[in-house]
Design a protein around this ligand. Structure first.
Ligand SMILES: C[S@@+](CC[C@H](N)C(=O)[O-])C[C@H]1O[C@@H](n2cnc3c(N)ncnc32)[C@H](O)[C@@H]1O
Length: 250
């Protein structure tokens, strides 16, 4: 979310709006090859449970058209490819070529084939016609986008009427005790794990900071409504460390 016309936040740093995307690109270029292993380590594997719930709530059926934007290494795309079947299609899209490459290689290794397309795209300016998708997911991606309102509008534009947007993102823990433990973990342990496993403490410091700067559950709900989505609701996961928001384009 931009804080004024000229600057925005990159973690706790205030940077020119024009700089955030390249800073984020540096982070994901740096972590791409170790991204999956770090995800399992950092979340103790729980990100798989969060993603499973996202897939369930997406209610994707054979023949559907799905966009997994900021899809990175393709965890959600992999599941959607099976659900939509040969008559459907899934677009794995990401702004970052390194992440997209790791995702494409992983899915091809797992035998995912003809119903998946790979597109390098910015969520703010999606290169698809209006009303293209039955379902769009953005998992742990919105936080990294410079203009989140523009991204929400762009995603709403390319949803078909009746289609759903699911936003899986870090959010605000609901208890003070959990908040304290989570702060300890993310500001002390996480950068050390990042250093040890991915040789990159800074990227994981950015992760912790960007989570704190991200809109809380209610704010994001309002942003989705402002973008034109209806019946927006959310579910807190793991005590609100993560929230899954869903909205419908009517
Ligand atoms: C934390 S990863 C999430 C990957 C995957 N969705 C998952 O849940 O494992 C965030 C992804 O968002 C992508 N990203 C950041 N800004 C973006 C933008 N403006 N448009 C599209 N993708 C973006 C990054 O390149 C990165 O691959």
């Amino acid at each position: 979310m931009t804080s004024d016309k000229h600057t925005t936040h990159f973690g706790y740093q205030e940077v020119p709006v024009t700089e955030k995307a390249s800073r984020v690109a540096d982070v994901f270029d740096s972590v791409a090859s170790r991204y999956d292993v770090m995800n399992d380590l950092m979340s103790f594997g729980i990100h798989r449970v969060w993603k499973r719930l996202t897939i369930e709530r997406a209610a994707v059926r054979p023949g559907h058209s799905v966009l997994d934007i900021a899809g990175g290494t393709g965890d959600l795309t992999y599941k959607f490819a099976r659900l939509v079947g040969p008559r459907g299609r899934v677009v794995l899209a990401d702004i970052n070529e390194s992440m997209l490459r790791v995702g494409r290689d992983k899915l091809l290794d797992r035998g995912v084939g003809g119903n998946v397309e790979y597109v390098q795209a910015n969520a703010e300016t999606l290169p698809f016609p209006d009303n293209s998708f039955d379902c769009i997911t953005i998992a742990f991606g919105l936080r990294n986008v410079t203009d989140q309102n523009a991204a929400l509008r762009s995603m709403t534009r390319v949803l078909k009427p009746g289609g759903r947007l699911l936003v899986l993102e870090f959010s605000k823990p609901q208890s003070a005790a959990l908040n304290r433990a989570y702060d300890e973990y993310s500001f002390r342990l996480l950068p050390r794990m990042g250093e040890f496993v991915a040789g990159d403490a800074d990227s994981y410091r950015y992760l912790a900071e960007s989570i704190r700067m991200h809109p809380d559950q209610q704010t994001l709900k309002g942003m989705m409504e402002n973008a034109g989505l209806e019946r927006v609701e959310y579910t807190n996961l793991t005590g609100g460390i993560v929230a899954l928001h869903r909205g419908i384009k009517l």
